[in-house]
Design a binder for this molecule. Structure first.
Ligand code: G6P
Length: 472
């Protein structure tokens, strides 16, 4: 029976070395819940990196066996590979370029070589799992070359690729010295998916200008194959968020937080530590709100959660210092004995705590400079069983294409962000409920299961179409 193989850089389970052995815990991010319905069925499997350097062969065996029992197949990476492929090409070359931070992009041939070598390693790991007729679904920018590599080895396999970050305009993309190889790698897939039509258009334009392959309604002629390109905005597991929000544990935590924050209106901000998220700009906009509205002093708190990420990459280290300094300065300028305007937490949070925080908030401030989709915005919406609360959302997050009942802002316009915060904090309840109800209708309907189903159906269709064309 044909199988489905999911491939991503990170496995949905993260393995860590702890005092008394190894710990296995869920990785951050929403992908695992959505794809859980796929890889845990039948003989399907998820191939990826478990986030750990190996100490010994024994350890390799132990981790492999443990993950196999949960339908996962690990690809182990060495320290050098992590430095040059993961921190290097993935996160110092592709990540800044694709998020329009061209000034941060490093073009280092050694990074490129490692990127190719690790994509090849993933290719071998997938081939060890896959039969000629299996369906392979590859995720994200760390594996752009993998579809092409697999196509050479398994010419008949059904291969899907989904990019979870923006695809930049041609002017940004053309700066990458290995731009042709990257596009050719992606075109090894039968179906390439993006979160928005905008990203898809940028990709098609790069393919046309750099490879000379035109497209018709998203169908690209590449050699003797036709590749389908389309937009599939990713959703969240709505029911899971709604259930956790209704759980006794989340409600007890919520009551505790409400007591601690008595008399305060709460603005919440939750992100991975990343310069694309606009965290420093957000702090400055909050400072502007305090400057302009002294009547809010002692009455509003910014709860800012920053989840540690990629802390070996220089730009991330610098950003951490900038945030620490800004929070210290703003709190120093405004705090009173009984009030700290910003409560800042630098750590990961379990789902029940996040859910309680989403529910305590009057406003969620989601203001990235660039973001492929942004699932925090959707998680906030799904957690608001009371239909209160206001979402402020950056026009540069993919989610803004769907969530038009949020207050949509330009994240670099401090005055506009501060005004939106004021508007949100003073919004009549009826308006909050109307907006939230329509946001919930969208987030509930276009959930992660619908996303998986739509992509998988389209992938199956792309293959049927290809077969019909081959026989014509
Ligand atoms: C983004 C990327 C994912 C990545 C996640 C966490 O959402 O699109 O591919 O897994 O960040 O980043 P990390 O580098 O820790 O895997």
């Amino acid at each position: 029976m044909p199988r489905t193989i999911i491939v991503s850089n990170r496995l949905p389970t993260k393995v860590k070395r702890v005092d008394d052995g190894l710990s296995f815990s869920p990785s951050e991010g929403g992908l695992a819940t959505g794809l859980g319905s796929v890889y845990q069925q039948d003989d399907n499997v998820w191939v990826g990196w478990p986030g750990l350097y190996l100490d010994s062969e024994d350890e390799e065996h132990h981790v492999t066996e443990q993950l196999r029992a949960d339908s996962m197949a690990p690809v182990f990476l060495t320290e050098d590979e992590i430095r040059d492929y993961y921190e290097g090409f993935s996160n110092e070359t592709l990540w800044p370029t694709f998020h329009y931070f061209a000034q941060y992009a490093v073009f280092e041939p050694a990074y490129w070589q490692a990127y190719e070598a690790v994509n090849r390693k993933f290719c071998e790991a997938v081939v060890a799992q896959a039969g000629p007729d299996d369906t392979i679904w590859i995720q994200d920018y760390q594996l752009l070359l993998l579809p092409g590599m697999l196509r050479q080895v398994l010419p008949h396999a059904t291969i899907g690729f989904f990019l979870h970050i923006p695809f930049p305009s041609y002017e940004l993309f053309r700066a990458v010295p290995w731009r042709r190889q990257l596009l050719e790698g992606m075109l090894g897939a039968d179906l390439i998916g993006f979160h928005t039509y905008g990203y898809m258009r940028h990709f098609l334009s790069s393919v046309e200008r750099l490879l000379g392959c035109p497209n018709q309604n998203g169908l690209v002629e590449s050699g003797n194959r036709t590749v389908m390109v389309d937009a599939f905005p990713m959703g969240i597991d709505y029911d899971k968020y709604a259930e956790v929000a209704a759980s006794a544990e989340a409600q007890a935590l919520e009551a505790e937080y409400r007591q601690a924050l008595a008399d305060q209106q709460v603005v919440i901000s939750i992100d991975r530590l990343d310069y694309t998220k606009g965290i420093a700009q957000r702090l400055r906009a909050f400072e502007l709100l305090l400057q302009r509205h002294p009547e809010l002093h002692n009455k509003v708190t910014l709860l800012m959660l920053v989840v540690p990420s990629r802390d070996q990459v220089q730009q991330y280290k610098q950003l951490k210092e900038e945030i620490d300094e800004l929070v210290g300065r703003i709190n120093g300028d405004y705090r009173t004995i009984s009030w700290s305007p910003i409560q800042y937490f630098y750590r990961s949070y379990p789902l029940e705590e996040l859910s309680a925080l989403y529910r305590v908030a009057d406003v969620a401030l989601v203001s990235p400079m660039r973001d492929g989709m942004n699932l925090v915005a959707k998680e906030f919406v799904a957690s608001r069983l009371d239909q209160r609360g206001v979402l402020i959302l950056s026009e540069r997050a993919g989610a803004a294409r769907e969530l038009s009942d949020a207050l949509i802002i330009n994240p670099t316009d401090m005055a506009q962000v501060a005004d939106a915060m004021y508007q949100a904090l003073t919004m009549p309840l009826e308006e909050q409920q109307q907006r939230m109800a329509s946001l919930q209708a969208i987030v509930r309907r276009y959930n992660v299961h619908a996303w998986v189903e739509l992509f998988m159906n389209r992938l199956a269709y792309s293959k049927i179409k290809q077969k019909i064309m081959d026989t014509d």
